[in-house]
Design a protein around this ligand. Sequence first.
Ligand code: GDP
Ligand code: MN
Length: 391
Amino acid sequence: MDIHEHQAKEILAGFGVPVPRGGLAYSPEQAAFRCRELGGGPCVVKAQIHSGGRGEAGGVKLCKTEAGVREFAGGLLGRSLVTKQTDASGKQVYRLWIEEASDIQREMYLGFVLDRKSERIMIVASGHGGMEIEDLADEDPDSLIRMVIDPAVGLAEYQARKLAFRLGLKGPQVGQMVTVLRACYRAYRDLDATMVEINPLVLTGDGTLVALDAKMSFDTNALFRRSRVAALRDPGQEDPRECFAADHGLAYVGLDGDIGCIINGAGLAMATMDMIKLAGGEPANFLDIGGGASPERVCQAFRTVLSDAKVSVILVNIFAGINRCDWIAKGVVQAYKDVGIDRPVVVRLSGTNVAEGRKIIAESGLPIVSADTLADAADAAVAARPKSQAA
Ligand code: GDP
Ligand code: MN
């Protein structure tokens, strides 16, 4: 789960990372008020969206006066911001962070990530900040400093000092850097984060370190025990289809094709998408309804898939181990009643209680196409597409 820059800054500041003073605004008037609060400018106006690359996309601007803040805020709010990290439709801007401007002497990059190879938290740092890490890795790979943290010891003071020296910091800046590093590490570890990034971390004219940007992501599987982090979720920044699915416990990923998929098991879902492609079709989504799916859950799966207007046919493919084919079949029949299915449906059932499941489908009198094997099901789904859709 991603959070906004201002939320990440608040969290990191709580652990001891120095951040500029600032405030939130949801309207141009509030933005102007924030600017006045901060002394009347100059201020930096920053679009709060779940994406980096805002600077290049016109979502971050240094404004000298309150009037300038008001004007820029007015142009930004309500707009969709397309960055190189978003898709073509971009992300909606409906909150701004107004921050006192900093006198930037030097920009650095600082990131904490999970290194899967060593199974440990790793610090990635560079003396060249401002650029995205991918570009840094391409253009100046030698500047990247990597440091793995031993979980039994935590981030040792000597390690943090060594990193500060390698970044070329001197005198009191070394101590400040140690504070920043230890704070980020504690925030990462204590809150079940998967990523902490400060880019840029800057050295200001008076020689102090400040986090000008901050980004944090969290492990969704740990959110149940991090209620304060969970409350920071902003569904307005998520794909509405994926959002709806997540709220109903379904693993769903939206894709570009027109064959909607309702499947149990991630492996079978992947295999089914391959079979659809082999049969000449394109899947509209990945959807794993999981084990032990009740008829209600099947209905929610139908709702999720049907919320995508591109879907022209639905393929239900169940290999029931923990699941029960009769429950799935009941769910399909119930979905016709409750959800109102207006597109062809192909169902392939196999495994536990398959005879009962097929009987329910056959006796329902509904126009459901039954298929025996995975290949039959994919062929039937492709054949059931309206003529205009077929290649
Ligand atoms: P991102 O593009 O989404 O990563 O957004 P950032 O918060 O990193 O802002 C983009 C750039 O704006 C930074 O790399 C800085 O160069 C610049 N910037 C941000 N805050 C300030 C500020 O307070 N003063 C000045 N002069 N520049 C700033
Ligand atoms: Mn940044």
